[in-house]
Design a protein. Structure first.
Length: 119
């Protein structure tokens, strides 16, 4: 008996297409978060600042233009892009905390006899 295939344009086929597109969106978001984390690291090393409000405004303005060009409701990008920016910052901060913890764990722990007592 041949395997059952839905004809083109059926609900099942459209759902599979949507699932593939959703996966692509998640892959792109992961790539964006990686790039944002690297940019934040570079900026923080150069300027000592975690945030750049002017750049964040440019990101949102650019996304709004693209949404308008592609007939995407503006509310979608107005919710999505600030969250992506915030997620990049959280990811960077979490990485810094993990790095600090790793460095602390690598340091030799002094023996109690070596620790000076406060007087």
């Amino acid at each position: 008996m041949p395997a059952h295939r839905d004809p083109p344009g059926t609900l099942a086929e459209l759902r599979r297409e949507i699932a593939r597109l959703d996966r692509s969106l998640v892959v792109l978001m992961a790539a964006r978060l990686d790039a944002a984390e690297r940019a934040i690291r570079l900026r923080s090393e150069r300027t000592g600042r975690l945030t750049d409000p002017a750049q964040e405004r440019r990101i949102l303005e650019r996304a709004r233009r693209w949404a308008d060009e592609l007939d995407v409701p503006p509310g979608v990008v107005e919710r999505l892009f600030p969250e992506l920016v915030a997620a990049g910052k959280r990811r960077f901060a979490a990485g810094r905390v993990a790095e600090a913890e790793r460095l602390l764990l690598e340091r030799p722990t002094p023996e109690l006899a070596e620790v000076p007592l406060a007087r």
